[in-house]
Design a protein around this ligand. Structure first.
Ligand code: ZN
Ligand code: ZN
Length: 150
């Protein structure tokens, strides 16, 4: 698997929101859940998880779409492109939607989640599969270690 050239940059569909990442990804994921299918108008969502301190964003964002106590999904205020998610209790990490990145040649999902809601014809070349989510922070940590050795 390739590692991305830093900084990693990207923008939304209309170009108003720009993202920049100065650290290597912690983990790459595909999620097959029904919510991700709706959010991304696709069979699954693609995410690259980064350290929050290496992530910066400019441009106006809205967070109203499916905002919950736990999850804050950030969209471009103009074109409503889905950009990134912050999860409460996991403030040291940012989940970036890979579709906004300028260069995706390095990206491949290492882990797939929620395969119990996966469409029958849909498949991704993930190394680790979960019927739902990793149950504990220890399992997630082990995945990150495994990913860093790829
Ligand atoms: Zn936009
Ligand atoms: Zn999902």
């Amino acid at each position: 698997m390739n590692t991305p050239q830093l900084p990693i940059e990207g923008s939304c569909l209309c170009g108003s929101v720009h993202v920049r990442v100065t650290e290597q990804p912690l983990l790459t994921l595909a999620c097959h859940c029904n919510d991700c299918q709706k959010l991304c108008a696709s069979a699954y969502s693609l995410t690259a998880m980064f350290p929050a301190e290496g992530f910066s964003v400019t441009g106006e964002l809205v967070t109203e779409g499916l905002r919950t106590e736990q999850r804050e999904h950030n969209f471009c205020a103009k074109c409503l492109n889905f950009i990134f998610t912050r999860i409460k209790g996991a403030d040291t990490r940012v989940n970036l939607r890979t579709s906004v990145l300028d260069d995706l040649t390095w990206f491949e999902p290492f882990v797939e989640l929620m395969t119990e809601e996966k469409l029958s014809w849909s498949s991704v070349p993930a190394v680790h599969s979960f019927a739902r989510f990793p149950e504990t922070i220890e399992v997630l940590g082990a995945l990150m270690v495994d990913y860093s050795k790829r």
